[in-house]
Design a protein around this ligand. Sequence first.
Ligand SMILES: *[C@@H]1O[C@H](CO)[C@@H](O)[C@H](O)[C@H]1NC(C)=O
Ligand SMILES: *[C@@H]1O[C@H](CO)[C@@H](O)[C@H](O)[C@H]1NC(C)=O
Length: 303
Amino acid sequence: MLAARVLSALAFLGLTAAAPPRLSSRQSTAITALSAAQISSFTPYINYAAAGYCKPASTKAWNCGANCNANAGFQTVASGGDGSAVQYWYVGYDANLNTIIVTHQGTDPTKFLADETDVDFFLQHMNTTLFPGLSSSIEVHSGFADEHALTAPSILAAVQAAVAKWPSVKSVTLVGHSLGGALALLDFAYLPLHLPSLQYKGIMFGMPRVGNQAWADYISQGSLITHVNNKLDIVPIVPGRGLGFHHPTGEVHIQDDSASEWLACPGQDNTSGKCTTGAVPTIFDGSIINHLGPYNGIWMGSC
Ligand SMILES: *[C@@H]1O[C@H](CO)[C@@H](O)[C@H](O)[C@H]1NC(C)=O
Ligand SMILES: *[C@@H]1O[C@H](CO)[C@@H](O)[C@H](O)[C@H]1NC(C)=O
């Protein structure tokens, strides 16, 4: 069942087409290694997440350097943010992947961890204007929700503009690194409530925990999220499970050894030593540098 969910997430990414993993029912909850072809299929999304750190003028013109050049042909619809009060973001269309891309910038991990260890946040109910109809048991990080609300109307308008420009496109992919991953995850819940005819998936890197168990269960439905964690990165273990925060399914964990294997971890917050929650029990066991990369050779955090 769990392996079936991981497989369906990989299938959504188009990964199983390249190398169909065959798992017997006995191995159905196994931690499985991604093939080289599966890993390289993440590359465009890694470049998109890395480009999220670039100024809106350069993502609008799509001349931000290596990460823009790697996805040449991307057509930006809108970009925004100021990089301090409002994280940068951009929305556009990738014809090769035939998907609308929505990307949010992350933040300086040192500052991020200081905020999280100060515990200047709490689990709060969803804003019913932005998230109409969600179960009242669902709660998310107050700081991430506030940050998400700042860009939500602009992102929605930009996705609507993209759909108007390319009406045959039905796929929207939410991308982000670090805090940008958390904002992308909130968009993954937010956008379908306003544009229900599109199909959504999320590919996040170094994403912190965003909400409570009911949130993690809601997000895990359909297995449309993949969150990639690098080695001993500490950001994905905050805020702690002890504070009531949980990850959805869909972790892929890059191993902290010379082989740097990418393993698909079944379940939520898998406590195996091969998955982040098991490998990094406390922030003192982890690394901030690993947060920035490399992800298949690509570093995040600057532009
Ligand atoms: C919910 O979001 C709307 C739109 O951003 C805002 O106007 C309203 O103040 C928010 N409500 C609460 C209770 O925060
Ligand atoms: C973690 O992965 C193992 C496979 O090694 C699996 O048996 C177990 O159910 C998973 N744990 C959770 C919490 O899903």
